[in-house]
Design a protein around this ligand. Structure first.
Ligand SMILES: Nc1ncnc2c1ncn2[C@@H]1O[C@H](COP(=O)(O)OP(=O)(O)OP(=O)(O)O)[C@@H](O)[C@H]1O
Ligand SMILES: [Mg+2]
Length: 437
């Protein structure tokens, strides 16, 4: 009788599925009947014999023992599978109470928390991609219990119990018994922190490589673009030399030769910078910022453009507010910037027009302005003129739409800002300021 009582108690204590319960319940009922007591019968020999009911109960008891052994074996197997799985596994019941978690889950989270219901899932801390912290309702486990949602391969950034951060890739599904009743939910997740770190590093390296390629392309475009100005001066000066064959023209030959020399030096410097920068992998345009007299810069800028202006029948004049001013800059780059502004002014001003290069002090800076009496730029187009490859009339005049982008990069490289003001039909003014030396 004691054995029966203990078998019954074990049955009641066991965590059984609905299906198990259906099998076990008749056995429990039989045990109860036996425990209530039935008179023993005697056989023909007068000895006490077990009646058929007790035989049934005895058989049931053996069945229960066998089921317990089997169940212990199955649990052993299940336990081995769970705890040797490299992936974390969490199981909760229909109320969100955590019923089971394997070793990998504890390892991935660097600890664990007691979860008595859905509200306790907040003890497991995680973050959305935008940095918001997870609410208990955000967990796939809760979504699964509330709405039957099945989650497949969801990436979540977690904060482990030791305070460190990591990434998991998790799936979650509801658990039903054979009658379709919701028993709970299971979540299976892998630690992908290392993989994510490698991916982030790969993306960073790719960005660095792309940026390096882009810088090199920019540099090539910029240098080849800006080689055109000194080249046109060379071409024109060479033309003058060819025409000046008379000995009395020696002065003109000498002047043209000097121009050719300077323009060639300017081209040579651009090419040297291109090669230097390419070899440094850095695309830096501003090389050396030192003090330079404004007069010299303006003289050089004019020297390159006055012949072009004369050729186009445009008046080009400079106006320097104060003599003896100096600025802190990379001289070649500022000349490059002025060459782009003057080149545009020449290109967009009709014959008979005028261009002014004005320089005057503003606070502790010196402002340079290139003003023309050309066709002007429509107000809605003005903000776009500094965009790379932008042109008001694409392809209408020779050019790439790079000049103002380059000018802006140079001014910004000096810590300044370039501005454009314009009125259709009346002309345009580009200005920028550089630090006074
Ligand atoms: N002074 C100006 N007057 C009128 N429009 C201008 C002037 N400067 C620039 N623009 C407009 O801005 C556009 C962009 O100028 P940007 O110097 O960047 O390129 P581009 O002169 O067309 O070509 P590139 O300078 O590469 O030879 C020009 O195509 C033109 O539409
Ligand atoms: Mg231009």
């Amino acid at each position: 009788m004691d054995a029966l009582r203990s078998a019954r108690a074990s049955l009641n204590d066991a965590l059984l599925s609905t299906e198990d319960r259906r099998v076990i319940e008749p056995i429990v009922a039989a045990i109860d009947q036996a425990l209530q007591g039935r008179p023993a019968t005697h056989n023909e020999n007068g000895s006490e014999a077990l009646d058929s009911r007790e035989l049934e109960v005895e058989a049931a008891r053996r069945e229960v023992e066998r089921a317990k052994v089997l169940s212990a074996r199955e649990w052993g197997l299940l336990d081995a599978v769970l705890n040797h799985s490299p992936h974390g596994i969490l199981v909760c019941n229909a109320a969100g109470k955590m019923m089971l978690q394997n070793r990998a889950a504890e390892r991935i989270w660097a600890g664990s928390a007691t979860v008595e219901g859905v509200g306790d899932w907040g003890k497991y801390r995680a973050y959305h991609p935008d940095g918001r912290a997870f609410e208990p309702d955000d967990w796939s486990m809760t979504r699964c219990l509330r709405a039957g949602e099945v989650t497949d391969a969801e990436e979540v950034r977690i904060q482990r119990f030791d305070g460190t951060h990591g990434m998991i890739l998790g799936s979650c599904a509801p658990l039903f018994d054979i009658s379709g009743e919701l028993l709970g939910a299971v979540s299976i997740f892998a630690d992908i922190s290392q993989f994510k770190r490698a991916e982030t590093e790969r993306e960073r390296l790719l960005r660095v490589a792309q940026e390096a390629v882009r810088m090199r392309e920019d540099l090539l475009a910029i240098v080849s673009h800006d080689l055109r100005s000194p080249l046109s001066v060379i071409a024109m000066a060479a033309g003058h030399i060819r025409k000046a064959v008379e000995p009395r023209e020696l002065e003109r030959i000498d002047s043209a030769a000097k121009k050719i020399e300077r323009a060639a030096r300017s081209m040579e410097k651009l090419i040297r910078d291109l090669l230097d920068t390419a070899s440094k992998d850095a695309g830096r345009l501003i090389a050396e910022i030192t003090s330079h007299p404004v007069d010299e810069i303006i003289y050089d800028a004019l020297e390159m453009h006055v012949p072009l202006a004369n050729e186009a029948d445009i008046k080009l004049e400079a106006e320097i507010a104060e003599p003896g001013m100096s600025i802190r800059c990379d001289r070649e780059r500022v000349l490059q910037c002025l060459a782009n502004l003057l080149g545009n002014a020449l290109k967009f001003t009709p014959r008979g027009g005028a261009i002014g290069l004005q320089v005057h002090p503003v606070g502790d800076t010196i402002e340079f302005a290139v003003r023309d009496s050309g066709e002007g730029i429509a107000p809605e187009q003005l903000p776009r003129v500094f965009d790379r490859y932008w042109q008001a009339k694409r392809g209408s005049r020779a050019g790439a739409g790079l000049g103002l982008f380059i000018a802006k990069s140079i001014v910004e490289g000096h810590g300044g800002e370039i501005r454009a003001e314009s009125e259709i039909g009346r002309g345009t003014r580009f200005s920028f300021a550089l630090a006074r030396a």
